[in-house]
Design a protein around this ligand. Structure first.
Ligand SMILES: C[S@@+](CC[C@H](N)C(=O)[O-])C[C@H]1O[C@@H](n2cnc3c(N)ncnc32)[C@H](O)[C@@H]1O
Length: 250
């Protein structure tokens, strides 16, 4: 074989090895997603979550109904604006609707803008008590995309911030309800501490995408070091893409 042929062969073998390795990693991650331990934690944490926030019991079995009014727009958003993998699931939407209806938060912050910003601002527009919504994104481009979407929907685009300009230390304890769904997972973890500190004592933080084992393990370990114990809300938020959220009562 010529030198060029050998180099080409080695390149193909390298590609195959890398492909196999990433396939194995994907299978391992998928297996961890389906791990019985996480299903068991979901069952175990449910009673602790209800003890911490009794209103959750009233949401059990009601998530689809709570999200129903947003279902058509969710499908359109996923098709024409965002993407189903990135947009809040309808299960997460149902949880947000239920939390807003049951706890009537005065100040809400939505980190990771998009469909969740639309849902929360729609709820704020019709809330019987004042409800202010701030939306933050690490991506200026996505924040602007969200701004355009909110305007198209006739909703307020006040209170939109990039993470870079958002003064998190000045807003410690300022919010009743915090949704952490911002950025890719490295950013999500890097911003975890300041984000959970945005919730007031007695408020709640919803941590989305806790189905991802690497992020979940790191987030639980970090919050555990701080004496904080997030509770799996898999029972309410498990979706067809295997995603689910945790709740951190503050
Ligand atoms: C999980 S998404 C946040 C989704 C948002 N809460 C929603 O309900 O649409 C995390 C980040 O991805 C970015 N993002 C949102 N939609 C995206 C899309 N369709 N494609 C690529 N990135 C997106 C934003 O910067 C956002 O902070």
């Amino acid at each position: 074989m010529t030198q060029a042929g050998e180099a080409q062969g080695a390149g193909v073998v390298g590609l195959l090895r890398r492909g196999l390795r990433s396939g194995v990693v994907r299978v391992q991650r998928r297996a961890a997603d389906l791990a019985p331990a996480e299903r068991a934690r979901g069952r175990r944490d449910w009673s602790a979550a209800v003890a911490a926030l009794p209103a959750l019991a009233e949401l059990d079995g009601q998530i689809d109904a709570l999200a129903a009014r947003f279902a058509d727009e969710h499908a359109r958003y996923c098709r024409e604006v965002g993407h189903p993998v990135h947009a809040a699931s309808l299960e997460l939407v149902g949880l947000l609707v239920g939390l807003v209806q049951k706890t009537r938060p005065g100040r809400v912050i939505d980190l990771g803008s998009g469909f969740s910003s639309y849902v929360l601002r729609s709820l704020a527009a019709e809330a019987p008590t004042p409800m202010e919504v701030h939306s933050v994104d690490d991506s200026p481009d996505w924040l602007e995309k969200t701004r355009g979407y909110l305007r198209d929907k006739g909703l307020s685009d006040a209170g939109l911030f990039t993470w870079a300009e958002f003064d998190a230390p000045a807003r410690v304890g300022a919010y009743d309800l915090v949704l952490h769904d911002m950025g890719f997972m490295d950013t999500r973890f890097a911003t975890l501490d300041p984000v959970v500190d945005l919730a007031r004592a007695g408020g709640v933080v919803v941590l989305d995408d806790m189905h991802k084992p690497d992020y979940r393990d790191k987030a639980l370990a970090r919050l555990g070091e701080r004496g904080l114990r997030p509770l799996s809300l898999r029972r309410l938020t498990h979706d067809k893409l295997t995603r689910f959220a945790y709740l951190l009562p503050r």
